[in-house]
Design a protein around this ligand. Sequence first.
Ligand SMILES: Cc1cc2nc3c(=O)[nH]c(=O)nc-3n(C[C@H](O)[C@H](O)[C@H](O)COP(=O)(O)O)c2cc1C
Length: 202
Amino acid sequence: MQLDFSALDARTAYQWMISTILPRPIAWVSTISADGKTNLAPFSFFQGITANPPTLMFVPVNNRQGVKKDTVRNIEAVPEFVVNLVSHELGEQMNRTAALLPYGDSEFEKFGIVSAPSTKVRPPRVAAAPVAFECTLDRIVHIGEGPLAANVVFGRIHAAHISDAILGADGRPDARKLDLIGRLGGEDYATTREIFTIERPD
Ligand SMILES: Cc1cc2nc3c(=O)[nH]c(=O)nc-3n(C[C@H](O)[C@H](O)[C@H](O)COP(=O)(O)O)c2cc1C
């Protein structure tokens, strides 16, 4: 089959994209409002993009009413955030934080997710996350308008918290110990438990 994306409405295009571009890593993003209320939400349009300078991006799209999500509102007010990574054992908790809560209600409090203070930014991190990147906002690039339009958030990484438990004998992260999950289409997820190696050509 062939799809003409120019003839698809945004919702249908979105469904095709998220069920084909996979697996997607998950940024579990903590932010804080101007009056100090914390927020936590997952985003799987997420990648690291360069180490010079260390930068990542994730994409909160507008909701179906065309309104910015709480994460974007907070970052526009306080341009700092933490990207927590999601291990298999944190999957259920992560999913709960995708719930629609009124602006200002904290997913940390509502779902009993234990936070830990960050060192360089104001939003706290998820204490149990195997890796957490403390970031300041580099820029937000808006793509499209209205429902599902993108607010691409670029963040400069200033610090990372890496759990000692995920390090291998060589002192580097061991993907088997990290045990991250990725998002597939719909409500499906993948583990990173089956790993294989392909040698790079010279
Ligand atoms: C695994 C997972 C990945 C998600 N990825 C995205 C995403 O990339 N972009 C997005 O806008 N929403 C995504 N969502 C939905 C948001 O998490 C959800 O809209 C959330 O309520 C936003 O929270 P906020 O309003 O507190 O920012 C995802 C949800 C889940 C469970």
